[in-house]
Design a protein around this ligand. Structure first.
Ligand code: ADP
Ligand code: MG
Length: 304
């Protein structure tokens, strides 16, 4: 019975705009006309995807945020989430803070918790599935980058990787409380040719766009948007964080020059920076003194 009291106490807030939410065998939603369902899932394992000492509030926030980031990266509007929670034991103070962090992220982005599963297991594991909607055919995928597109990223990159190595630094906020770029993602649905969110490092993730689109890219490393808190580090070290560091959950997209101007006129709520250009020739290079050099940076490997 403990399972039902956990659900009732912590995960059963009433949600609007849902035909049937938590409490029955399944949830029921009415899809809006002429829209596609956008759906994704991400698991966070304690000690693997966040340091063991991470606050339960941050774990709750992050488990939602990383999924809303995937919805944003398609250009879609997030709608709801499901939560599969595996707990080593029942700790009411932990559950109270975790559920508060989860609902805080949901509330900030207009998302409801509509169901889930609660089990006991030796390892704390949190799997969130997120659902969103997008007008049929308008999703921005990874596979349509065009030669001469600008490559653009939101916010700053490398913050979370730096914070992971310097726990207690103010930038830990970026590691613990990533901001899914939902508004920017939705603005880009009619403008960007390709897009993804950066979870495993800019160089590796941009590589997915290049592979899927059958193109290459040249980056201008001097333009990488790097947090001022990292500017005292050697340039090479800054680039390493920016290119290989994971967990930033910024958007990386490719867009025509003309559409980028249109985006700026819409005044997105986050800074965007042009960091390079899509080329016909395969491979990832960086430009220095007018010449292109191959770029060798690797991102996070889950089974390394
Ligand atoms: P069943 O046994 O039919 O699979 P459960 O007993 O697992 O159902 O869950 C009962 C209800 O509570 C369901 O509506 C389910 O979606 C919801 N639920 C279970 N765990 C969670 C959770 N961690 N967060 C939100 N809803 C949950
Ligand atoms: Mg059932």
């Amino acid at each position: 019975m403990a399972e039902f009291s956990i659900i009732d106490t912590y995960f059963n807030r009433q949600s609007t705009d849902v035909d049937l939410g938590v409490g029955d065998d399944s949830a029921l939603l009415s899809p809006p006309c002429n829209q596609q369902l956008v759906i994704c899932t991400d698991t966070l394992v304690a000690g693997r995807h966040f340091p063991l000492e991470t606050s339960p509030h941050a774990i709750g926030w992050k488990s939602v945020a990383v999924n809303l980031s995937d919805i944003a990266a398609m250009g879609a509007k997030p709608h709801s989430i499901l939560l599969a929670l595996s707990l080593p034991q029942i700790d009411h103070s932990w559950l109270k803070d975790f559920s508060q962090g989860l609902y805080d992220c949901c509330d900030q982005f207009g998302v409801r918790l509509i169901g889930g599963d609660t089990t006991q297991s030796p390892h704390l594991t949190i799997t969130v599935t997120a659902l969103g909607w997008i007008e049929t055919g308008q999703a921005v995928t990874r596979s349509d980058a065009q030669v001469d597109d600008l490559i653009v990223v939101s916010g700053t990159v490398g913050d979370a990787a730096f914070a992971l190595e310097h726990l207690g630094h103010p930038l830990q906020q970026r590691l613990d409380y990533p901001t899914p770029r939902c508004e920017l993602g939705m603005l880009l649905k009619n403008l960007a040719h390709s897009m993804l969110d950066i979870s495993d490092g800019l160089a590796q993730d941009l590589g997915h766009i290049l592979d899927a689109s059958g193109v290459g890219a040249s980056l201008n490393l001097d333009q990488l948007p790097i947090n001022a808190a990292l500017h005292s580090l050697a340039l090479e070290k800054q680039w390493e964080y920016a290119l290989s560091g994971g967990d930033d959950y910024e958007l990386c997209f490719t867009i025509s020059q003309q559409n980028y101007q249109k985006l700026l006129q819409l005044q997105p709520n986050v800074k965007t920076t042009i960091i390079g250009k899509i080329k016909a020739q395969h491979g990832l290079t960086f430009e220095k003194d007018g010449l292109d050099h191959p770029l060798h940076f690797h991102g996070y490997q889950h089974f390394a």
